[in-house]
Ligand binder design. Structure first.
Ligand SMILES: NC(=O)c1ccc[n+]([C@@H]2O[C@H](COP(=O)([O-])OP(=O)(O)OC[C@H]3O[C@@H](n4cnc5c(N)ncnc54)[C@H](O)[C@@H]3O)[C@@H](O)[C@H]2O)c1
Length: 280
C-alpha cells in the first residue's frame, strides 16, 4: 500500500507577528521543523537575533527577522517587500502579536458596595482601553491589509489569535475581551471578503496558557501558587491544567495548510474544554 504524505506546510512562506512571544515562538519553531520558511516581524532585533541563533543550533535556518511594529503600516509594507524579495511570495500570515495589559484591566471582578471606584470599570482610563484594543484589533487588521495584498496572486491563509475572552467575557479584562471579540468578527468578515481570491482567514482561540500577559493574573509573585483567579480557571477547565504552547501546534498547522482548504471564517478553540463546560 502506498503511504500518502499530507500536504502540510512544507515550503510555505509564513509571516509571523509576535514570534518572540511565548506562544508564537513555539509555533515558529514547529513551522520550521515542518519545512516552512518563516519571516518573523519583531519590534526588537536583538531579541529576534537571540531566537534565531537558538533555532540555528537546532538546525532550523529557514528564518529571517524583520523589524516592524504591527501598528506601523509603512514598516509592515517594507517588511512585506523584503519577504517578497527573498522568497517571491507570501503564503501564510499568523497574527500572533497582541495581549492584555494591566492598564486595560480592572483589579475588582465586580462592582460591589464598598469597593474602591478606581478598582472598577469606572477607574479604567480611555488610554488603557484604547491601548489594548489598538494593539489587538488594529495590530491584526494592518498586517492583513499589507500581507493579504501580497497573497492576491497565489492565494494564501491567515491565522488570527483570538481568545476565550472573545467568546465569553471574562471578569477584569473587559478591554481585552472586547478586542478579541472584534478580532473574531473581523476574521469572519475578511474570510468572506477574500474567499473569491483563494485566501482563507481563520482564528485560533487558545484557552489558558501561562505567558507574560497573564502571569500576574494566574500566579502569585512566587510564580508557582495559583491566584484565586488561577484556581477558578483550572476549576472551569475540564482537563484541569493550563495549556502548553505545543498544544497549539497541530491546530495552527492544520488551519494554515491545504488540508483545511475548505475551511474559512472559523475560530478554533484550543482550550482543554474551557468553552464547553458551564462550570456545573
Ligand atoms: N497566553 C494565553 O493564555 C493566551 C490566551 C489566549 C490568547 N492569547 C493570545 O495569543 C497571542 C500570543 O500571546 P502570548 O501569550 O504568546 O504573548 P506574549 O506576550 O508572550 O507575546 C506577544 C508578542 O507580541 C509582540 N508585540 C506586542 N506588541 C507589539 C507590537 N505593537 N508590534 C509588534 N509586536 C508586538 C511582543 O513583543 C511579543 O513578542 C496574543 O494575541 C494573545 O492575546 C494568549
Amino acid at each position: 500500500m502506498k503511504v500518502v504524505k499530507d500536504k502540510g506546510v512544507e515550503g510555505k512562506v509564513c509571516v509571523v507577528t509576535g514570534a518572540t512571544g511565548v506562544l508564537c515562538s513555539s509555533i515558529t519553531e514547529d513551522l520550521l521543523r515542518h519545512g516552512a520558511k518563516v519571516a518573523i516581524l519583531v519590534r526588537r532585533m536583538d531579541a529576534a537575533e537571540d531566537f534565531i541563533k537558538k533555532l540555528a543550533k537546532k538546525g532550523l535556518k529557514q528564518i529571517i527577522a524583520l523589524k516592524a511594529d504591527v501598528l506601523d503600516k509603512p514598516a509592515l509594507e517594507e517588511a512585506c517587500a523584503a519577504v517578497l524579495k527573498k522568497w517571491k511570495r507570501v503564503d501564510v500570515l499568523i497574527n500572533g502579536a497582541g495581549g492584555n495589559h494591566p492598564k486595560g484591566t480592572t483589579p475588582a471582578e465586580q462592582m460591589t458596595k464598598g469597593v474602591k471606584l478606581e478598582d472598577t470599570f469606572f477607574g479604567l482610563t480611555t488610554d488603557g482601553f484604547e491601548f489594548v484594543n489598538k494593539l489587538n484589533l488594529i495590530g491584526t487588521v494592518l498586517p492583513c491589509q499589507v500581507f493579504c495584498k501580497a497573497m492576491l496572486k497565489n492565494g494564501g491563509a491567515v491565522l488570527n489569535f483570538c481568545s476565550m475572552a472573545g467568546y465569553q467575557p471574562l471578569t477584569k479584562v473587559g478591554a481585552y475581551g472586547a478586542a478579541k471579540a472584534a478580532i473574531m468578527n473581523f476574521t469572519s468578515f475578511l474570510a468572506t471578503h477574500l474567499a473569491p481570491m483563494g485566501i482563507r482567514v481563520n482564528g485560533i482561540a487558545p484557552g489558558f496558557f501561562i505567558t507574560n500577559q497573564n502571569r500576574f493574573l494566574m500566579l502569585e509573585k512566587d510564580g508557582k501558587t495559583l491566584t484565586p483567579r488561577g484556581n477558578k480557571v483550572i476549576a472551569k477547565t475540564p482537563m484541569r491544567k493550563f495549556g502548553q504552547p505545543s498544544d497549539l501546534h497541530g491546530a495552527a498547522r492544520f488551519l494554515i495548510s491545504d488540508e483545511a482548504s475548505f475551511i474559512t471564517g472559523v475560530t478554533l478553540p484550543v482550550d482543554g474544554g474551557f468553552l464547553c463546560y458551564s462550570g456545573v
